[in-house]
Design a protein around this ligand. Structure first.
Ligand code: ATP
Length: 272
């Protein structure tokens, strides 16, 4: 039996167009990952070396996971997602086995992406050998580094990791040939909030008094996830008012704005 309950192969259906804003991140990933895969002859002729590992960092709810999924969809890669803390199994040796199993599956499914969310969990508490209740992180990290260093001969497996605590990532993970391409995925500015809201609005039935620009102005320092939550709360507010209601109106957004507060703080953004 596998040490991680569910190493599942996913076929994400997220497209670049499902992500509002983040033009720069999208473009960089297209270039670094899609181009070499789509035009291998040109890339090799010019002497390019494919990226193996990438780190996305930034505040919560700002589309790191969406980005990883869109990259898999758009570049035609199989997708395996795992959360850092899931790998820290309390039985000695189990976690290392899980890491090897993960890479074995990814190689079998290549070309593929392994997405490590909350990868910072693997770098914590290395000094005390990980014997502090958070699991055996040293062993997992070593196993992970070994697998990553071996990727070259082992086929077309790419590693994508995400964190909102880049400062606690073990530096060994960031060395050349490992997670050596680092991209900041930040909170949305006004035009990006409009884009995110219009993606969401396209699926909603809205009253004529709902103004997207006003909502974008009222949601400074909200994450993409917060914006989606506001829209869903507005739907509930409308239903609460009247189950026969035809559309979600501005008053429902007002109500939703009361309930959903931004999770991104100033310090959070300044920290990056
Ligand atoms: P965490 O650090 O908490 O894991 P994350 O950065 O990985 O967060 P996602 O899981 O990608 O964030 O985003 C959460 C949800 O928020 C998405 O499923 C989507 O509904 C919405 N969302 C966030 N950013 C955007 C965006 N730029 N465009 C559209 N939807 C977004």
């Amino acid at each position: 039996p596998s040490a991680i309950k569910d190493i599942v192969l996913e076929l994400p259906e997220t497209r670049w167009t499902d992500i509002g804003g983040q033009q720069d991140v999208k473009q960089k990933l297209k270039e670094a990952v899609e181009w070499p895969l789509r035009h291998p002859e040109v890339f090799h002729r010019l002497g390019g070396q494919p990226r193996k590992g990438l780190l996305l960092y930034g505040p919560p709810g700002c589309s790191k996971t969406l980005t990883a999924k869109a990259l898999a969809t758009e570049a035609g890669l199989n997708f395996i997602a795992v959360k850092g803390p899931e790998l820290l199994n309390k039985y000695v040796g189990e976690s290392e086995r899980a890491v090897r199993e993960l890479f074995r599956k990814a190689r079998a499914a290549s070309p593929s992406i392994i997405f490590f969310d909350e990868v910072d969990a693997l770098g914590l508490n290395r000094e005390d050998g990980g014997h502090n209740g958070s699991g055996n992180s040293t062993g997992v990290l070593t196993a992970l580094l070994n697998e990553m260093d071996g990727i070259e001969e082992l086929g077309n497996v790419m590693i994508l990791a995400a964190t909102n605590k880049p400062e606690v990532i073990d530096p060994a993970l960031l060395r050349p040939g490992r997670l050596d391409y680092i991209l900041y995925v930040g909170p949305p500015d006004h035009p990006s909030r409009v884009e995110i809201l219009s993606i969401k609005f396209a699926k909603m039935r809205l009253g004529a008094d709902v103004d997207i620009q006003t909502l974008a102005s009222r949601t400074e320092s909200y994450s993409g996830a917060d914006l989606v939550k506001i829209c869903d709360e507005a739907v509930l507010a409308a239903m609460r008012e009247n189950l026969e209601i035809e559309s979600v109106n501005w008053r429902h957004f007002e109500e939703a704005l009361q309930g959903v507060k931004s999770v991104i703080t100033d310090e959070m953004v300044r920290r990056y």
